[in-house]
Design a protein around this ligand. Structure first.
Ligand SMILES: [Zn+2]
Ligand SMILES: [Zn+2]
Length: 446
């Protein structure tokens, strides 16, 4: 009789233990590290997550906002974070938002999206075309925000599995405003171990990612110079100091910086894209304004180029008796550093993307002379920037970014969201596996 009473008790205990066992097999766990990327991709492709991102992206596409004016965009992001119960800091750098998922304690890892649009008129006719004349999301930053919110939604569901904190960085003004610099200078990277950023690409197929370790995008700077002489009658040149001739020689001399002074294996660019001076056929003007951009793949080459541009303009102007003043900050344009991918994070990326997409779908991208303000982050902490392909030839050709015909293939959204979520969560899980086993006695308490 006495032992009979024990049977239901034992059964209850077994049920309790088995439910404990189910609970102790979380979505994110160290033992199943290799499965996490494909689990996130499957989750992100589920209609409720995919459609959520499509709706966000279309809402943003209809209402594009320029750098540091992303007020509605920022508000939409904060509303979504509120709905998910994700705490955040706002405002940072005018419209920037940083959300926090996880324990709130170190280690911290960040994933980033840019929010701004371009001042251009959309030429694509579709249901969700830009409703703001002269403004368009023509670089895919609407998709970047949607992907980061999609990742946030998935990660927040599994926040209790995270040992550490994932930071969601929504930054303003990537397109020339240096929003990343302002976010960095506001201190958002304090205690952050690594940051990941992505860009949609019209060069690679859907399901393919492209990247490389080391420098991936160039550092860029701008210059503007005023070449001053003495205007006068075009038929009496001996009474003038001709700034048009001086500027022409300056432009030719500037071309020798890359062709004669730079290492041919160290890619650099100097382009004069602006030449303004003179209004009449028979008048030599007082002054000419020239301007352009310069690019390089290392900080040293960049500094050297800047110094030589200044010297060549000043000295060459002097050859023709002109004076020159040079401004390296025209229209408050910032120097963008070189975007450098950290070598350890490259290994981490190869593992995560390899498990999600297969190693054959990770392509090496050729470095380009374009630039990204993500570089302000990689200048400060280890960072990693990669491209996510969205080409599906059955859906027609995709025009490149900054084209008025630019389109996003929305099938890319789950890939970006899953990569964000996987890179950050496995980074934290991996991080702890390399830490001393402080919690070895944890299971004894059960
Ligand atoms: Zn762009
Ligand atoms: Zn962009």
């Amino acid at each position: 009789m006495g032992s009979f009473k024990w049977v239901p008790l034992l059964l209850n205990l077994c049920m309790l233990l088995s439910s404990k066992l189910i609970l102790s097999d979380p979505f994110l766990n160290k033992q199943g590290l290799a499965d996490i990327p494909s689990k996130f991709l499957n989750l992100a492709k589920r209609p409720e997550i995919h459609e959520y991102m499509v709706n966000i992206r279309r809402a943003l596409h209809e209402n594009p906002e320029l750098g540091f004016e992303e007020f509605d965009t920022s508000k939409l992001i904060r509303n979504e974070l509120d709905k998910m119960g994700i705490p955040y800091k706002y405002p940072i750098a005018v419209t920037g938002v940083v959300g926090y998922i996880g324990s709130g304690n170190p280690p911290f890892v960040a994933i980033r999206a840019d929010m701004d649009a371009l001042s251009m008129q959309e030429a694509v006719e579709w249901e969700h075309k830009s409703r703001v004349p002269g403004k368009m999301h023509a670089c895919g930053h609407d998709a970047h925000v949607a992907m980061l919110l999609g990742a946030a939604k998935m990660l927040q569901e599994h926040r209790n599995d995270l040992e550490g904190t994932i930071m969601l960085v929504f930054q303003p003004a990537e397109e020339g405003g240096g929003g990343a610099k302002k976010m960095r200078d506001a201190g958002i990277l304090a205690n952050v171990d690594a940051i990941f950023g992505l860009h949609v690409s019209t060069l690679f197929p859907i399901g393919v990612v492209a990247t490389r370790p080391g420098p991936v995008l160039a550092g860029s700077g701008f210059f503007e110079a005023i070449i001053s002489g003495k205007g006068g009658h075009a038929a009496i040149p001996q009474h003038t100091i001709d700034p048009i001739l001086a500027s022409s020689n300056i432009i030719v001399s500037l071309q020798h910086l890359v062709s004669r002074e730079a290492d041919p294996l160290d890619s650099q660019v100097v382009t004069v894209a602006k030449f303004q001076g003179g209004h009449a056929f028979n008048v030599i003007p007082d002054s000419v304004t020239i301007g352009g951009t310069f690019r390089a793949f290392s900080k040293e080459s960049f500094i050297q180029l800047k110094q030589r541009i200044e010297e060549v303009i000043t000295l060459q102007a002097g050859v023709q008796r002109c004076n020159a003043t040079i401004n390296f900050d025209p229209d408050e344009k910032l120097f963008y550093p070189v975007t450098v991918n950290d070598k350890d994070l490259h290994e981490h990326f190869q593992n995560v993307a390899g498990h999600m997409l297969g190693k054959e779908n990770i392509k090496e991208v050729t470095p380009t002379m374009g630039s990204e303000d993500f570089s302000f982050f990689t200048e400060t902490i280890p960072g990693y920037f990669y491209f996510v392909g969205m080409v599906n030839e059955t859906q027609g050709r995709l025009e490149s970014g900054h084209s008025p015909y630019f389109r996003v293939n929305e099938d890319v959204l789950p890939y970006g969201a899953a990569l964000h979520a996987s890179l950050a969560s496995t980074y934290l899980l991996d991080y702890h596996s390399q830490m001393p086993k402080q919690k070895a006695s944890f299971h004894d308490e059960l």
